[in-house]
Design a protein around this ligand. Structure first.
Ligand SMILES: O=C[C@H](O)COP(=O)(O)O
Length: 329
């Protein structure tokens, strides 16, 4: 099922997994899904306290984290200039001298993530690289514009050059337990994406319970999602460890039943290098090494890269530069 492809980041041989084709909606399976909230919360609470990565390996793990970032700008005041600067950062995520010292020249982020209107600018700015552009489409972030327009927006983003589409699901389908409607929506959106990979944003902070999160995760995977993603970054609560455990376990169950690996993208509020290391350890522990590759794991983050760069500088020089001390406040 797996095919080796040349390394994109140079970190590890990259493996491209077979895409999830989805399956018929299995309502009995959905109904049987439970989530033991207190057990999940107890386990999640232990994660940040553990020394997730040995000190001598931290730089390597931080480089790995860089290769997994969907470097994001999703602001109402985005301009072509801002997107071009973001793309320059995506091409060269940290200072060249650091990458030379760490033996990783040529390292890039996983993707750049922008609103539809910025896709063409990003595609042009990334020409000559293999960094894909991800577009948030389908009436991001609320997903409440007319259905036809949401589907059409996907097509527009694909035509503009997006290779990945981050769709938002209709939260009301989850809140009313209308799994058929959620499944149909996911199916339609997946079809509209064509060859572009589709990430389903659940907006977990608006789904009420972890059981809803688990069930929505499963239905989106049945509908053919290539990735499930926690949040838009605009909800009051975005990526959390309990939600992540819940979604990761749904991915594990789906793989056990179907043989297909679905990717995971925590997004929103992940801004510290140490948090990124906790997530990577979680992925390795719960799902194993395949989920430490860009085709199965991404961080959706606008400011994580800055903190990773500061920590790498500290690792290499023993101190923070004046500019970085200023940035840390
Ligand atoms: O999908 C990505 C998120 O919108 C980024 O959120 P953030 O700005 O909190 O890192």
């Amino acid at each position: 099922m797996n095919t080796e492809t040349p390394a994109r980041t140079g970190l590890l041989p990259q493996v491209t997994h077979a895409r999830n084709p989805g399956m018929a909606l299995d309502l009995d399976w959905v109904a049987s899904v439970q989530a033991n909230t207190s057990a999940i919360e107890r386990r999640a609470a232990t994660l940040p306290g553990r020394r997730s990565v040995k000190k001598e390996y931290q730089a390597a793990w931080l480089l790995k984290a860089i290769s997994l970032i969907d470097l994001t700008t999703l602001s109402g005041d985005d301009t072509p200039g801002r997107v071009q600067r973001l793309c320059a950062k995506a091409r060269q995520p940290v200072a060249p001298w650091m990458l030379e010292r760490l033996g990783m020249p040529g390292l890039t982020v996983g993707a750049v993530c922008v609103y539809h209107e910025m896709v063409e600018t990003a595609v042009r700015a990334l020409e000559g690289t293999s960094i894909p552009v991800a577009a948030v489409s389908t009436g991001f972030p609320a997903g409440l514009s007319p259905y036809k327009l949401r589907i059409a927006e996907i097509g527009e983003s694909v035509r503009a050059g997006a290779k990945e589409i981050d769709i938002v699901i209709s939260r009301r389908h989850v809140l009313t337990q209308n799994w058929q409607a959620l499944y149909d929506e996911m199916r339609d959106m997946r079809e509209a994406c064509g060859d572009a990979h589709v990430k389903a944003i659940l907006a977990t902070g608006e789904l009420g319970t972890l059981r809803n999160v688990a069930r929505a995760s499963l239905v989106c995977m049945m509908g053919g999602a290539d990735f499930i993603k926690t949040s838009t970054g605009k909800e009051a609560v975005n990526a959390t460890l309990p939600v992540s455990l819940t979604m990761i376990r749904a991915i594990r169950d789906y793989e056990a039943r179907t043989g297909y690996k679905v990717g995971y993208k925590p997004a929103g509020g992940i801004a510290k290098a140490k948090d990124a290391l906790v997530y990577l350890t979680l992925m390795k522990d719960e799902l194993g090494h395949p989920w430490l590759q860009p085709d199965l794991f991404r961080f959706g983050a606008s400011s994580l890269l800055g903190d990773i760069e500061r920590q790498l500088e500290h690792h290499l020089t023993g101190h923070y530069s004046a500019a970085n001390r200023h940035a840390m406040g």
